[in-house]
Design a protein around this ligand. Structure first.
Ligand SMILES: Cc1cc2nc3c(=O)[nH]c(=O)nc-3n(C[C@H](O)[C@H](O)[C@H](O)COP(=O)(O)O)c2cc1C
Length: 362
C-alpha cells in the first residue's frame, strides 16, 4: 500500500473530527482507497462459525455505521467487516459536537447516540455488496452487523427482534450491542432478567428462520462493570448458546493519566487508555467461559504487539477503531505483518494455537 493514503489520513485530522470521519468514509466508498487487496503474510487464516477468515484484524463497529464502504474497507486488507450500529428506524443521534479527539492521549470520546440511516437502507446496501462482484465468491471475508435499539423505543427487545429478523439472511454474524453508554436504551440489558429474556427470544428467532447458514449471534459487553455482575451475565450468555462475545465497548471511566483538553466531555472513551482495562476484561471473560466461546478483542489496539496480546489473552479476532484516526489506513497492513512475525517468533504455526496461549503457559 502506498503511504499516500496515510498522508491523506493526516490531512483528514485537520478537519473537525466528525467531518474528518465522513470524508474518510466518502473516500473509501468512492474508490479513493487502495486498489486491490494488499498481500497478506501467511499463518493468519482461521475458521470460525462455519466461515473462513483470511486474517483476524478488522475495523470495529461505529466506523461504517451505514454500510457505505464495505468494499473499501475490504480493500484495506481487513479479514472481516462489522457495519452499524444500526437501529430499526433511522435516527439523527445526539446534538453536535459529539465526537472529540484526545490527541495527546491517542484517544477519542464520542456520544454520537447511534446516528444511522435505519435497517432498511443498510440492509439494501449489504444486499447490493453481496450481489456485486466485490464480495469474495467463496464467502470468505465475513460481514457482520452491529445491532442497537432506537433511543426512543418503548420496547427495545422488540427492536432487536426486528433487526435479527431483517439481517439474519444477510449477515455472517450479528452483534447485539448491549453496552453503548450513549443511548437511553443502550444499557437496559446489562441486568440478568432482561438479558436472559432477550437472548432467549433472539436465538429462537434466528434458529426458527430455517436458514442454511444462519449468522453467529454475538453479544458486545461494556468495560464499566464489576466482575461479580459480569460473571452473572456471562453465565446467562453461555446458557443461551451465544456464539461469541465482543470485549469491549467504550468506557465512561476517565483514567487520571488523560491530559487532553477534551477529557471532561461526556460519552465513551476509546483508544490507548482503554487497552489495559479491555485486555484485562478479555482475559477474565476467557477464563470464566473456559475458552469455549470465541471472543473478539477490541479496545486500544494500535500495533501488532497489541493485537498479539489480545490473542494471547483469549481473542480469536481483533478489532480497532481509534488508532485508525491517528495512524491512517496503512495500520491494518502493518498490524498483520507485525502479528505474523510475533506468532512465528514464538513458534506458532497457526493462529488458533496462539488464542488464549497466555492461560496455558501460566
Ligand atoms: C466514533 C465511534 C463510534 C462508535 N460506534 C459504535 C457503535 O455504533 N456500536 C458499537 O458496538 N461500538 C461502537 N463504537 C465502539 C467501538 O466499536 C470500539 O468498541 C471502541 O471504540 C474501542 O475500540 P478502539 O479503542 O480501538 O477505538 C464506537 C466507537 C467510536 C470511537
Amino acid at each position: 500500500m502506498t503511504n499516500i493514503h496515510d498522508i491523506g489520513a493526516r490531512a483528514l485530522r485537520l478537519l473537525p473530527p466528525e467531518r474528518g470521519h465522513q470524508a474518510a468514509l466518502w473516500g473509501l466508498s468512492n474508490g479513493f482507497g487502495p486498489k486491490g487487496r494488499p498481500d497478506q503474510p501467511a499463518g493468519l487464516t482461521q475458521r470460525l462459525w462455519g466461515r473462513a477468515f483470511e486474517n483476524p484484524i478488522a475495523i470495529s463497529a461505529g466506523f461504517d455505521k451505514n454500510a457505505v464502504a464495505i468494499a473499501g474497507a475490504m480493500g484495506l486488507g481487513v479479514g472481516f467487516v462489522e457495519v452499524g450500529g444500526v437501529t430499526p428506524r433511522a435516527q439523527t443521534g445526539n446534538p453536535r459536537p459529539r465526537l472529540f479527539r484526545l490527541t495527546a492521549d491517542r484517544a477519542a470520546i464520542n456520544r454520537l447516540g447511534f446516528n444511522n440511516h435505519g435497517a432498511e437502507a443498510i440492509a439494501t446496501r449489504i444486499e447490493a455488496y453481496r450481489n456485486s462482484g466485490e464480495a469474495a465468491l467463496d464467502g470468505s471475508r465475513p460481514v457482520g452487523v452491529n445491532l442497537a435499539a432506537n433511543s426512543d423505543s418503548a420496547d427495545p427487545a422488540r427492536d432487536f427482534e426486528q433487526l435479527v429478523d431483517r439481517f439474519s439472511p444477510l449477515a455472517d454474524f450479528l452483534t447485539i450491542d448491549i453496552s453503548c453508554p450513549n443511548s437511553e436504551n443502550g444499557l437496559v440489558f446489562l441486568s440478568p432478567g432482561p438479558l436472559e429474556d432477550l437472548l432467549g427470544r433472539l436465538t429462537a428467532l434466528r434458529d426458527g428462520k430455517g436458514l442454511a447458514k444462519p449468522p453467529a449471534l454475538l453479544v458486545k459487553i461494556a468495560p464499566d462493570i464489576e466482575n461479580r455482575e459480569l460473571d452473572i451475565l456471562l453465565e446467562i450468555i453461555a446458557a443461551a448458546g451465544i456464539d461469541g462475545i465482543t470485549v469491549c465497548n467504550t468506557t465512561t471511566a476517565r483514567p487520571d493519566t488523560l491530559t487532553s483538553a477534551h477529557r471532561g466531555e461526556r460519552g465513551g472513551l476509546s483508544g490507548k487508555p482503554l487497552f489495559a482495562r479491555s485486555t484485562e476484561m478479555l482475559r477474565h471473560v476467557y477464563q470464566v467461559t473456559g475458552g469455549n466461546i470465541p471472543l473478539i478483542g477490541v479496545g486500544g489496539v494500535s500495533s501488532g504487539a497489541d493485537a498479539y496480546a489480545k490473542i494471547r489473552a483469549g481473542a480469536c479476532l481483533v478489532q480497532l477503531y481509534t488508532a485508525m484516526i491517528y495512524n491512517g489506513p496503512g495500520l491494518i497492513t502493518r498490524i498483520k505483518q507485525e502479528l505474523a512475525d510475533l506468532l512465528a517468533a514464538d513458534g506458532f504455526t497457526t493462529l488458533k494455537n496462539a488464542v488464549g496461549s497466555e492461560h496455558k503457559s501460566a
